[in-house]
Design a binder for this molecule. Structure first.
Ligand code: HEC
Ligand code: HEC
Length: 460
């Protein structure tokens, strides 16, 4: 009994002594605080500033060692990633991107750190607070840039005069700073999905190599198999004269390469991003990877993958696939979802999203892939035997990313089969159950020339 008492005293004394071991947490005034309406700032102040600002806002129990050590570590890490006291010094587009990331981290349950919320329940973001942030950000409220000259409906004549970068040979593109090699074959990969990003006015195609596409088709995606590769390609959005929004200038391509062993330090994936028509590796050192893994972290239950593949496969986790968009009738003459993609567009008037697919013959016409970086790009001349399929879906919100929309229920599928002379054929499936529909001859001709006139996306 006596020795137990002694032990207790030793513990209390040790505990008291440890309180002195207290490395500082630098604090100070904001140098360039986030500029936003009061009600928006208030949400961040209440829930995020204890870690993501220069202010010192600790509860009394955070001040007690050893909790203090953990809290201090979190604060110092958190400030490196995002500091609302200095965010205002960044360009406004970068500030906005940060706020979108913040909202999405909240929505995905990653922020505030779940362990922190357990001890500080008042820091949990309420649905009303989240709505305040979303209202403020209001994606799709700024219209995409119009085309610089009057273009024929749908067919965008792109002006690349401002494109300074010389065309690159894909085989000669430099590896990323973490050593990930560029994969010059990405342009021939097949589509997994596409997104319309209202947070930064871009379109993205998510393509997969054969291993990734097979995995998506069979639903074998939890986890994705070694060897699977994704390419995410982004373009700026460009509005045409009739209100359709098309992919304009090429922005970047990103790769994710699955290899559980080789990339075990970066969540099993190799990460890389190459920007501009000259495909310059992103970042200035291997540390850029922290940006990728940081933002993909909330999807760890999904093998770090955001995209819901468009596939009919049922999986054990139906929320990880987009079955709805893949629901095309088996009775159609072709199943285009496995073909290559040529371009996409969005009709903002009725919120639909369309992808133009081409069969193998269509893809053989030289102009479909790649686009001379100077001069105008028009639609390719497709060879006889080419079949194009324009699949149109209603858009739905991406459940994984506030600010993104993805294909929802299919609305129509239109086929154009290219034959010699003016003998090309048009077939349309639409309405409930996507039954075949016949249009009058002149409307069919109009639709056919619209489809054939869509310019392919710009690629390096
Ligand atoms: C208890 C401290 C703490 C609180 C409170 C907190 N965060 Fe964080 N936050 C962190 C840490 C630590 C990181 C770095 C995560 C990592 O190491 O991957 C981080 C990272 C982030 C990132 C960047 C992710 C990245 O790696 O690019 C965002 C965005 C973010 N937090 C938003 C918020 C928002 C919004 C709130 C309030 C609603 C919030 N955080 C509250 C600790 C916190
Ligand atoms: C601010 C958050 C954020 C950051 C940072 C980020 N990503 Fe992503 N990433 C996304 C979202 C959201 C998607 C879903 C597709 C879309 O709408 O763009 C995605 C999708 C992808 C995909 C397609 C596969 C998938 O997971 O859906 C690849 C490949 C990819 N990202 C690579 C990268 C690389 C490489 C980096 C770092 C250089 C990176 N990402 C950084 C948010 C992010």
């Amino acid at each position: 009994m006596k020795s137990l008492g002694k032990l207790l005293i030793v513990c209390v004394v040790l505990f008291a002594l440890l309180q002195v071991v207290r490395p500082g947490i630098p604090a100070g005034p904001a140098t360039a605080e986030l500029q936003a309406p009061a009600e928006v700032k208030q949400v961040f102040e209440k829930n995020c500033y204890s870690c993501h600002s220069n202010e010192r806002r600790l509860a009394w129990f955070d001040e007690v060692v050893p909790a203090y050590w953990l809290v201090r570590r979190d604060i110092l890490t958190a400030r490196r990633h995002l500091n609302f006291s200095t965010l205002g010094s960044k360009p406004s587009a970068a500030q906005k991107a940060t706020l979108y990331e913040a909202v999405n981290m909240i929505q995905l349950g990653a922020m505030p750190l779940p362990d922190f919320v357990k001890l500080h329940p008042e820091a949990k973001v309420t649905p009303e607070e989240l709505a305040t942030l979303k209202n403020y950000l209001a994606p799709w409220s700024s219209a995409p840039a119009p085309v610089s000259e009057s273009a024929p409906t749908g067919a965008i004549a792109r002006d690349h005069a401002d494109e300074a970068a010389a065309p690159v040979s894909l085989a000669a593109v430099a590896p990323e700073f973490n050593g990930l090699a560029f994969d010059p074959t990405f342009e021939s990969w097949k589509p997994i999905s596409a997104t319309d990003r209202g947070d930064n006015n871009t379109f993205r195609f998510i393509l997969g190599n054969d291993i990734a596409v097979k995995a998506a088709q069979s639903g074998n995606i939890s986890p994705w198999p070694d060897g699977a590769r994704f390419a995410k390609i982004a373009w700026q959005q460009q509005a045409d004269a009739v209100g359709l929004v098309h992919p304009g200038k090429f922005v970047q391509v990103e790769l994710m390469v699955k290899d559980t062993q080789l990339y075990k330090d970066t969540e099993g994936w190799g990460w890389g991003r190459w920007r501009g028509m000259d495909l310059k590796p992103y970042g200035s050192g291997a540390g850029f990877v922290n940006e990728c893994t940081g933002c993909h972290q909330p999807l760890r239950g999904n093998d770090y993958v955001y995209t819901l593949p468009i596939t009919p496969a049922s999986t054990t986790r139906d929320e990880a696939v987009n079955n709805l968009a893949a629901a095309l009738p088996a009775a159609m003459p072709y199943q285009p979802l496995g073909w290559n993609v040529i371009t996409m567009f969005v009709d903002q008037r009725n919120r639909s999203i369309a992808i133009l697919y081409g069969n193998e013959t269509a893809m053989q016409s030289g102009r479909v892939r790649g686009d001379a970086p100077t001069g105008k790009s028009a639609a390719p001349v497709y060879p006889v035997g080419a079949v194009l399929a324009l699949v149109t879906w209603s858009e739905r919100d991406d459940p994984h990313w506030f600010g993104a929309r993805i294909p929802g229920a299919p609305q129509s599928v239109e086929f154009v089969k290219v034959s010699a002379g003016s003998m090309s054929q048009y077939q349309r499936f639409a309405g409930s159950g996507l039954a075949e529909q016949h249009l009058d001859a002149s409307t069919e001709t109009q639709r056919m020339s619209f489809v054939l006139g869509l310019a392919p996306v710009q690629l390096p």
